[in-house]
Write a protein that binds this ligand. Structure first.
Ligand SMILES: Cc1cc2nc3c(=O)[nH]c(=O)nc-3n(C[C@H](O)[C@H](O)[C@H](O)COP(=O)(O)OP(=O)(O)OC[C@H]3O[C@@H](n4cnc5c(N)ncnc54)[C@H](O)[C@@H]3O)c2cc1C
Length: 356
């Protein structure tokens, strides 16, 4: 396969194609989390599905990996070297079908957009606590709504269909009903197996209420926890706990308590259980449904910090730690799908599951 030159690439892509150091490059790779470095040799700003396909095919022809950046709220690791970085923020179209209680979102849509639009119909999506987080990135990680999740489960469990560009550059439309790539074997292993949902087709059904209780006004949903809306530098740590034993609490206090010398700024422990424990109607990539609690810890860094701080290593992106998030059956299934659809591990700048 011939590798297109940069000028050929520019001619075949509607969005910007920028090389490291060129005007506009720094703005294109800007992320919400300032502690993460995006330093690829090339970044491609996708404006439609065809751009995504062209970018992925270019990477495949050149033997390069592909990284994806939407908001930069949840990067797993720094993106460097010969990676082809695709940015998706320009693809921000969305429609709400109030009768079906579904949303169709393009890949750059953030939760704040969906919450505001759904509120006009008295609906509430299974959004997280921040309006700035991307719907797709959130859903690829399961997506747990602090307010509604224990009643309705993970947002991933409510996805009806998804449009995907796989590592071979093919565009695929997969639905729960028709089955296929993700829904017969695993509907949403995309976090690791690659794939950039595109166009206006991706349909996320964010488990919505027909009528909203008076106590919660839909439009204020993302403001309740007062999450930060401006970029900042931080390192995050996630863990699932079977139980909150006295030993676990002692360990947490040793790291984050008043007498600790640790650097943690914030510890958040959420009870799971409820609908989080229910198996989904169609199997998906959320493992460990038996976990009792989700632990989230965050260390705020000075604003000028860039790149990985070795002392605060983002350990949860290490493959051995990623392995622990899944039960055996789910992990094996995802490994097999990865081997089938992304054998070269093209999409590896993530919480990676290497091919079997
Ligand atoms: C302030 C704040 C509050 C949060 N609250 C919650 C919450 O309440 N509940 C919850 O479940 N999570 C929450 N999160 C976590 C959030 O859901 C994840 O960080 C999520 O991955 C962010 O997705 P993004 O697209 O916005 O970020 P990005 O950093 O752009 O993407 C995150 C990851 O997903 C990958 N990715 C994104 N889009 C695609 C795509 N189209 N194709 C393939 N890979 C893609 C990226 O490569 C990256 O590895 C919160 C995060 C923040 C910063």
């Amino acid at each position: 396969m011939t590798v297109p030159s940069t000028s050929e690439l520019r001619a075949s892509i509607d969005g910007p194609v920028l090389l490291s150091g060129e005007d506009g490059f720094a703005e294109e790779v800007a992320a919400f989390n300032l502690a993460v470095s995006y330093e690829p040799q090339i970044v491609i700003g996708a404006t439609n599905a065809a751009d995504v396909q062209t970018a992925v095919r270019f990477a495949a022809a050149a033997g390069r990996s592909v990284a994806v950046l939407n908001t930069g709220s949840g990067p797993a690791r720094d993106v460097t070297g010969d990676a082809v970085l695709i940015t998706t923020r320009r693809m921000s179209g969305m429609t709400i079908d109030a009768d079906r209680r579904t949303a169709r979102v393009q890949v750059g849509v953030r939760w704040g957009q969906v919450v505001a639009a759904a509120a006009e119909s008295g609906l509430v999506p299974l959004a997280g606590s921040s309006p700035e987080v991307g719907v797709v990135g959130y859903t690829l990680g399961g997506g747990s709504s602090v307010l509604l999740g224990r009643k309705h489960g993970y947002n991933t469990d409510h996805v009806h269909s998804i449009d995907v560009v796989t590592a071979d550059g093919e565009f695929r439309h997969v639905t729960r009903e028709s089955g296929g790539l993700f829904f017969t074997k695993a509907p949403d292993e995309l976090r690791s197996s690659g794939a950039v949902p595109a166009r206006t087709r991706p349909a996320v059904r964010p488990g919505v209420h027909a009528r909203q209780p008076d106590r919660v006004r839909p439009a204020v949903l993302p403001t309740i926890t007062n999450d930060p809306t401006q970029p900042g530098a931080s390192v995050e740590h996630f863990a699932l706990l079977d139980d909150l034993t006295p030993e676990a609490l002692d360990a947490i206090l040793a790291e984050a308590g008043p007498d600790s010398a640790g650097r943690l700024t914030l510890v958040d422990i959420s009870q799971l259980d409820g609908a989080f424990a229910n198996p989904p109607a169609v199997p998906n990539a959320v493992g460990r449904r038996d976990a009792g609690y989700a632990l989230f810890a965050l260390t705020v860094l000075p604003p000028d910090v860039r790149g990985v701080d070795q002392n605060l290593n983002r350990a949860d992106a290490d493959p051995s730690v990623v392995r622990r998030v899944y039960d055996d059956a789910t992990y094996r299934r995802l490994q097999a799908i990865k081997a089938e659809y992304d054998p070269a591990n093209t999409f590896r700048w993530n919480h990676n599951i290497p091919p079997a």
